[in-house]
Design a protein around this ligand. Structure first.
Ligand SMILES: [Zn+2]
Length: 129
């Protein structure tokens, strides 16, 4: 379960950050998920909701941003996004869309980061009216 361990890591990261910042509540969490990770964002989201129950994250909104795969081709110099459809979980083979070469480096799409966390701090007693 790829997604479960990822969701678990995200929840731990956010709880850690929230505690360091004296948060009393986490409002919103933005997570970047590269398509190269082959993670299913819907499943991640579902697991985040489950894992955040009974934690400071309960009730937080999770925003998942998918990052397209970008490559740079060593043969023809093509640089840009490539189609991630048909990527196999076990043998992800990437081919340059221009020259069909295999000498490519991935410049984006491997991300799986917590990008942004919105929290409610305990030392803020300001009341909106
Ligand atoms: Zn190429």
């Amino acid at each position: 379960m790829h997604e479960l361990s990822m969701a678990d890591a995200i929840v731990k990261t956010v709880i850690d950050a929230a505690e360091k910042n004296d948060a009393i509540e986490v409002l919103e969490v933005t997570v970047e998920i590269g398509k190269m990770t082959l993670l299913n964002p819907e499943q991640i989201k579902f697991m985040l909701d489950v894992l955040s129950e009974d934690t400071i994250l309960a009730g937080a909104t999770f925003i998942l941003e998918e990052i397209p795969i970008e490559i740079e081709c060593g043969s023809c110099g093509y640089k840009g996004e490539i189609d991630s459809e048909g990527l196999d979980e076990y043998t992800p083979i990437l081919i340059c869309p221009k020259c069909e070469g295999h000498e490519i480096s991935i410049i984006a799409g491997r991300e799986c980061n917590v990008k942004n966390i919105k929290i409610e701090k305990s030392d803020e007693d300001a009341q909106d009216s």
